[in-house]
Design a protein. Structure first.
Length: 550
């Protein structure tokens, strides 16, 4: 990437002018081919596409007249296409006048003159455990909340005043903040506003604890910039479930954007603007390659131009919505068509929003960021088990299929599947009740998140059964890792509703992806067979699938 957005736009501006000169030559040839000839729909559509490209990009690079002339030419083409007729002499003359103005603007331009623009620099990736500041004057609650966060592997910093919390926030910004609304040394809502106004403050996950049920109080908290307001004396597990998505949002990898755009200048603009904001952008210039690009990129959002060669963006959006896999994928239309009917058609096609080109960089970044965040939140709700926060059965299987595909491209990297099942879990539920059983499940999920890498896949396969996918670990290393998990979990005390302390163990089976387990079904079956062999041998142990073959 260039050193700054201004420098990047300067480079793009020079490139854009060179491309526009070439575009003007093509426009001239198309006008000549259409003058006085039988209706040539293909040529007229190509001319329309070229004018459309100018309309959507001129103002972006500091040439509003190119946008105006592009819109003028595009409108004439659209009328002729709708009416299915050849252009009249007056319409050809109008095109030539438009072309003349385009050539003049390009000739008078100074390619090295900097255009104004702006965009945030990508934030550095976090290299330490996530930190959460807990500010509450209720000593017992503050300690309970902090200990619950620490059980999830986070660093909890405790404060009993707003002033101390704010000083700590400024000195070393955390990933999350839990604030009690009843702290008396200042307004918690004013503090939230100040935090949001600080550089990087928009990324901070903020949860407010309120003892007041009044709707206006909750509205004020949200208006000040709080992400979540929790009312009443809720348990620490409930609070963690509300805070966890905020921290996942902060720690998430850069949003992946797939831009379906055939205009080189517009594609460069999108890549530069969104890249400057930290997004990973891939441009699909050929709509026929959309399936392959979707599979490769796994985007968080699709930025779709409406006017594309051979197909409309509306049709592509309808195609996406036919697949359950992309049912929740945000689609943002980006086109010069600002009429109400085009907006209506975009919504009917399954689009989520509609931006009219030329679009200001700040608006593009904000629209994409908001849709990416909302799409990820919706995907988390659909893909994550509500109790444990791990992947659901179906979401885990989908990720496993992707891992197999990656392994096919890089077969030398080992891949291990772990099936894990709590021992005699029915007895836990029968003796201590299902709420206590749920806490045991959550405790195991918490252990997995703390001890495994972020790159490792973890899922709740069903009931008391969990599954893990470990990349870059062979069978022996995977078995040793799960044995360490077992040793730690089997020495963990759980507490029943009557105060009784008890312990739980698990059994596990491990299978690597190899020639004998080359498919998802065989791989899963091998891990499952190893798990049940571990159960049969007395439980509380880890077995590898290779041990069953001997």
């Amino acid at each position: 990437m260039p050193a700054s957005w201004t420098e990047a736009l300067r480079e793009l501006r020079g490139k854009y002018l060179r491309e526009t000169r070439d575009r003007a030559d093509t426009i001239a040839r198309l006008i000549e081919s259409l003058e006085g000839q039988p209706a040539d729909t293909a040529a007229l559509r190509e001319l329309n596409r070229l004018f459309h490209g100018l309309a959507g990009s001129g103002t972006t690079y500091g040439f509003p007249e190119l946008t105006a002339r592009g819109l003028e030419g595009e409108r004439t083409c659209s009328v002729l296409l709708a009416q299915g007729r050849v252009p009249a002499a007056s319409e050809v003359a109008a095109w030539r006048e438009v072309l003349g103005r385009i050539v003049t603007v390009v000739a008078q331009a100074e390619p090295t003159r900097a255009a104004e623009g702006g965009g945030p620099e990508p934030a550095p990736a976090a290299t330490r455990p996530a930190t959460v500041i807990v500010a509450d004057d209720d000593d017992a609650r503050r300690e309970r909340v902090a200990r619950r966060l620490e059980a999830e592997g986070l660093l909890a910093r405790r404060f009993d005043t707003l002033a101390a919390a704010e000083a700590a926030l400024i000195a070393s910004p955390p990933e999350g903040v839990v604030l009690s609304a009843r702290l008396t040394d200042g307004s918690v809502y004013s503090l939230v506003r100040r935090l949001r106004e600080r550089p990087g403050g928009e990324d901070l996950g903020i949860l407010v604890l309120s003892d007041r049920e009044a709707l206006l109080d909750r509205v004020e908290a949200i208006h000040s910039g709080a992400d979540v307001v929790v009312v009443g004396d809720v348990g620490e597990d409930t609070l963690w479930r509300r805070l966890r998505p905020l921290l996942e949002r902060v720690q998430a990898e850069p949003g992946r954007v797939l831009a379906v755009e055939d205009e080189p200048s517009q594609a460069s603009f999108i890549e530069t603007v969104l890249g400057s904001a930290g997004f990973a952008v891939r441009v699909c210039r050929n709509p026929g390659h959309l399936d392959a690009e979707l599979s490769s990129v796994q985007p968080d959002l699709v930025l779709m131009d409406v006017l594309l060669p051979g197909v409309s963006g509306f049709d592509l959006a309808r195609y996406l919505r036919q697949s359950e896999r992309y049912a929740t994928l945000p689609v943002l239309f980006l086109t010069t068509e600002g009429q109400l009917q085009a907006r209506i058609e975009g919504m009917r096609a399954g689009g989520d929003d509609y931006l009219v080109k030329p679009v200001a960089p700040a608006l593009l970044i904000s629209a994409v960021a908001a849709r990416v965040e909302r799409g990820r939140m919706l995907r988390r709700l659909l893909e994550r088990d509500g109790l444990t926060g791990l992947l659901t059965h179906s979401a885990f299987i989908e990720r496993a299929k992707q891992a197999i595909a990656r392994h096919g491209r890089v077969p030398e990297r080992p891949l291990a599947w772990v099936m894990l099942d709590l021992d005699r879990f029915k007895e836990v539920n029968d003796r201590h009740g299902h709420p206590t059983g749920d806490k045991v499940l959550a405790a195991l999920a918490s252990l997995l998140r703390r001890r495994l890498r972020q790159s490792d896949l973890m899922g709740r396969y069903g009931g008391e059964e969990f599954t893990i996918l470990l990349e870059d670990l062979g069978e022996a290393d995977a078995v040793r890792l799960v044995e360490r998990l077992l040793e730690e979990f089997r020495t963990t005390d759980h507490v029943g509703p009557d105060g009784t302390r008890f312990r739980v163990t698990f059994s596990a089976g491990v299978a690597v992806l190899d020639g004998e387990n080359a498919t998802l079904e065989r791989w899963l079956s091998a891990a499952d067979d190893a798990l049940y062999a571990a159960k049969a041998e007395g439980r509380c142990r880890v077995l590898a699938a290779s041990q069953l073959r001997r």
